[in-house]
Design a protein around this ligand. Structure first.
Ligand code: MN
Length: 569
């Protein structure tokens, strides 16, 4: 029985039951493009939300998410029947639904709105993800043109969002559902060349499992489950591009996953595995000590396994597993109590502040960018690509895009540290500022008081934030210079002729002096044959300005020339 039906049975007059009936009635007679009743879509979306263990308000909002947009029902009716909170959630989801990602530049304002809604109440976004997830499963029913657009939008916007929320399973599913619509030929290629390999690997891992379970038990570790996870087509394809399309070089095509009781047992199990099969050097990843920026925790290792086959093994606790699959949604069900995490049934609470930090960052961030393109570019680079994380000497983990440098790091620690950064020590050794950081690097920034950012940094920094800060520091410096720069005002009286002004301007610009203002009038006092020219120009270099005067005086039409220096604009 579905979770929703179960809830309705337990509480026939409850929120979920009432939302179910209201939505069903509202969508009466409507059909999806697939031909099935429209309400099925609402029910499926609500089922996802319930699976992710969100609260009843979210489930109700999922059931009602399309009534305002697609039926005669209004948001007022929703409010009258279900209260402010549900109406707020439904309204939020409806608004998110109007956001269409069609390209890069044109969409940035909408993306901002979306992110704002995101930081307002994450439940809105999660319901929207459920809606999108179900829509992706029925994408085939839409016309090809629409399929492509929605698939791209899913892959560029929704999947990365889910990933950032730590909802890896949803993120991966969205990517996989979108993949064949965006890369249909590549998808066919994988079907033809890799599908069989998956089967082989699965059979192989079935042989590995008992060997591991036995070895663990010998050491007193009872695994809670051991299963295998197939690498998703979408991420496999990205990886293949880096490995000459050779599947044999991909070691984590299928990984073995072991769940044990607690963190101590994770490390103990890693020891058991390494005792059984030698690890590949440099392939042990401790995401428990250093979680991924989205909160992902696990131990990963790659070993020369049975028959000397290279195999990836992941070790985690059930809690880590739940968090890895469901991310921020998983946190709804937990609350801090006396230092330990206790499971609380039904009663939903907002995620811990820490989990929401990056959302806060996003909010300040997008306020910082005045130029939509710049914001979009920084989003593209910072959010949709691979990440690395480097560590401050105090142990703070700084989340950065691949290829980030000490300057990026410095700006992400604090904008002032970025501005005053003069050098870096990486793992104790002095390194150049354009050095590419690796995950796990301990980075100490050497600062110098009154040091200013250098324009040359723009050539190597990777994060939008660093670029933005450097540019604005440079800009404010130039404008200070301009304010203080000296000006020269010239008053010239010359005998008028065609092309005279052009000649004067040419002489000035050949002296590499910028003209700021110029006006002329007929000098009536001299019978109309003369013209009076007033020119203001830059005079950063007074010597150069004086030379200019000499050059101008050589022009035979010029009868009088006065000059005056000033420091105002
Ligand atoms: Mn929908």
């Amino acid at each position: 029985m579905s979770i929703i039906q179960d809830k309705i049975k337990k509480d026939p007059d409850g929120l979920v039951a009432r939302a179910h009936d209201f939505a069903k009635k509202a969508h009466q007679g409507q059909k999806r493009k697939t031909g099935e009743p429209y309400f099925n879509h609402c029910l499926k979306a609500a089922e996802y939300v319930a699976e992710w263990k969100l609260d009843d308000a979210s489930i109700a909002a999922a059931l009602l998410h399309d009534v305002v947009e697609d039926t005669p029902a209004t948001i007022e009716e929703v409010k009258n029947n279900f209260g402010e909170e549900i109406a707020f959630l439904v309204d939020g989801v409806t608004k998110l639904g109007r956001i269409k990602y069609r390209g890069v530049e044109a969409q940035v304002e909408n993306l901002r709105k979306m992110f704002l809604a995101l930081s307002h109440d994450i439940r809105v976004v999660i319901v929207k993800l459920a809606d999108r997830l179900h829509n992706m499963t029925t994408l085939k029913a839409l016309p090809p043109q629409k399929q492509k657009r929605i698939a791209v939008e899913t892959s560029e916007l929704y999947a990365p969002l889910a990933y950032r929320l730590g909802m890896q399973k949803v993120s991966g599913e969205l990517e996989d559902l979108a993949f064949p619509f965006i890369y249909s030929q590549e998808h066919d290629w994988l079907e033809k060349n890799v599908k069989e390999k998956y089967g082989e690997r699965e059979k192989y891992l079935e042989r590995v499992k008992p060997a591991i379970v036995e070895a663990l038990k010998k050491q007193g570790i009872i695994p809670l489950f051991v299963d295998s996870r197939a690498k998703r087509y979408s991420s496999l394809y990205k990886k293949l591009l880096r490995y000459n399309m050779d599947v044999n070089n991909i070691y984590d095509l299928m990984a073995l996953r072991i769940a044990v009781k607690n963190v101590e047992e994770c490390y103990a199990a890693l020891g058991v595995v390494h005792n059984l099969w030698p690890p590949l050097p440099g392939r042990i990843k401790d995401y428990i000590a250093l979680p991924k920026p989205n909160g992902y925790r696990s131990l990963h290792t790659t070993v020369f396994c049975l028959d000397n086959k290279i195999t990836e093994i992941q070790i985690r606790t059930p809690e880590m597993h739940n968090e890895a699959e469901n991310g921020i949604a998983a946190h709804w069900a937990y609350t801090q109590a006396r230092g330990s995490k206790q499971y609380i049934n039904k009663q939903a609470s907002f995620a811990d502040k820490k989990e929401l930090i990056w959302i806060g960052q996003l909010k300040t961030w997008q306020r910082d960018f005045s130029d939509p393109d710049e914001f979009m570019n920084s989003l593209k680079i910072d959010f949709f690509k691979d990440r690395i994380f480097a560590i401050t000497p105090k142990g703070e983990v700084i989340d950065l895009p691949l290829g980030a440098t000490p300057v990026d790091f410095a700006y992400h620690v604090h904008s002032e540290i970025g501005d005053c950064c003069s050098g870096a020590r990486i793992n104790g050794k002095i390194a150049p500022l354009d050095h590419r950081l690796n995950s796990g690097d301990i980075v100490e920034i050497i600062t110098q008081k009154n040091k200013k950012p250098s324009e040359s940094w723009l050539a190597f920094v990777k994060t939008g934030m660093a670029k933005h800060r450097i540019k604005s520091a440079l800009k404010s410096r130039t404008s200070v210079v301009a304010k203080e720069s000296e000006l020269m005002e010239l008053r010239i009286v010359a005998e008028d002729r065609i092309g005279l002004l052009k000649d004067i301007a040419a002489i000035i610009s050949r002296s590499h002096i910028n003209i700021i203002g110029l006006n002329t009038r007929v000098d009536k006092s001299r019978g109309g044959r003369f013209t009076a020219v007033k020119i203001s120009c830059e005079a950063k270099n007074r010597g150069k300005a004086k030379e200019l005067l000499i050059k101008l005086k050589r022009l035979k039409e010029i009868k009088e020339i006065d000059h005056r220096f000033s420091t105002k604009i």
